[in-house]
Design a binder for this molecule. Structure first.
Ligand SMILES: C[S@@+](CC[C@H](N)C(=O)[O-])C[C@H]1O[C@@H](n2cnc3c(N)ncnc32)[C@H](O)[C@@H]1O
Length: 190
């Protein structure tokens, strides 16, 4: 077994917004996660029998996720190859998309493409779940730190089901020890 499975805790708690999403899902839905990372959102849903397709540009994370799935006999997560992550090719529609703490890694044009792609491939009546950080002075202008009105503008004809705002201070590779203002939104396609 790859020793890194022991280093990365496979039982991390999901984001609050994902627990909220879980209450809105039905057993047969299929969810796509952009930037699955260390899998805390997708593993939580997969263990509750939700069907998932996930991608990430980091092949190491995907390899470890495959090992966790094999070890736990999880067969309801389909893992894309990292090369596909760059192109965002979607061949079907999904009931929900997750894009949790990923937008700030993307340049504005790429982030807009990702959002457009998620919106187009969401079935009517279903959800996009985004969690993102508000811009701070030290953030580079080219990366995507939308404010709430800007994001709501992208989802102009969608309904907001849930909106959470939290200041996070815990040290992590994302926050780099700084306090960051994090927004989570569930949009429903009307
Ligand atoms: C902070 S992690 C969040 C992971 C996960 N969504 C979560 O909530 O725990 C951001 C992830 O986005 C991935 N990522 C960054 N840019 C990406 C891109 N262009 N395509 C796919 N994944 C990307 C990174 O590799 C990383 O795993």
């Amino acid at each position: 077994m790859n020793p890194s499975i022991d280093i990365l805790d496979p039982n991390q708690k999901p984001a609050f917004i994902i627990e909220r999403l879980w209450n809105l899902l039905l057993p047969w839905v299929c969810v796509f996660e952009y930037g699955v990372g260390k899998w805390r959102q997708s593993l939580y849903l997969a263990r509750k029998w939700i069907e998932l397709q996930v991608q990430d540009k980091n092949s190491e994370f995907l390899e470890i996720l495959k090992e966790i799935c094999t070890k736990e006999h999880i067969s309801n997560i389909s893992i894309e190859k990292p090369s596909e992550a760059q192109n965002h090719i979607l061949e079907k529609s999904f009931d929900a998309f997750l894009c949790i703490r990923v937008l700030h890694f993307l340049k504005t044009k790429e982030a807009e493409k990702v959002i457009q792609n998620m919106k187009e491939h969401t079935k009517i009546g279903w959800y996009n779940v985004l969690q993102f950080f508000l811009k701070q002075t030290e953030h580079k202008a080219e990366y995507f730190f939308p404010d709430i009105p800007e994001l709501e503008n992208f989802y102009h004809w969608w309904k907001i089901i849930e909106k959470t705002e939290v200041k996070i201070t815990e040290p992590s590779e994302t926050t780099n020890g700084r306090e960051m203002h994090q927004i989570g939104i569930i949009f429903q396609k009307l």
